[in-house]
Design a protein around this ligand. Structure first.
Ligand code: 2BA
Length: 108
């Protein structure tokens, strides 16, 4: 058993969850916030059998787009208290995925 932790953009999450549910994956959806942009994103937890990990990754890749966003340094913590409102381009995603080994999976 593996645990897939996928951090995805809010814009992608509904289509991705629909596809995952259609493919009979079990999902927990958490509202999360990126440390750099301090903007909302979504963290999905999927407990999956090892032989289904590739299928889950395929669906994540299919549904999660890479996007450019413009932020300003005012949104980003800088050392000291000098803030300069310079626009800055940041590339986000598709998705950030961690795959963990799970020792036990128990439903009671
Ligand atoms: P954020 O931390 O808000 O980062 C948003 C995007 O900003 C990142 O996209 C990356 O392109 C850029 N970025 C992040 N830190 C940066 C830095 N120190 N300098 C310059 N640019 C930086 P992604 O890499 O696609 O990450 C999207 C979201 O995934 C992140 O949102 C964060 O919530 C999560 N994430 C990414 N890598 C992670 C990691 N190693 N551990 C935990 N969460 C991670």
């Amino acid at each position: 058993m593996k645990m897939i932790i996928a951090i995805v953009q809010d814009e992608d999450v509904h289509m991705l969850m629909d596809d995952l549910m259609e493919n009979e994956f079990r999902i927990t959806k958490l509202a999360s916030t990126g440390g750099f942009l301090k903007a909302g994103n979504t963290t999905l937890l999927l407990g999956v059998e090892e032989d289904r990990v590739d299928r889950a990754l395929e669906l994540i890749k299919d549904n999660c787009s890479s996007r450019r966003t413009t932020t300003t340094l005012l949104n980003v913590s800088m050392p000291g208290d000098a803030y300069v409102p310079l626009p800055m381009q940041v590339q986000i995603g598709g998705a950030t995925v961690f795959i963990l080994n799970i020792e036990d999976y128990i439903r009671v």
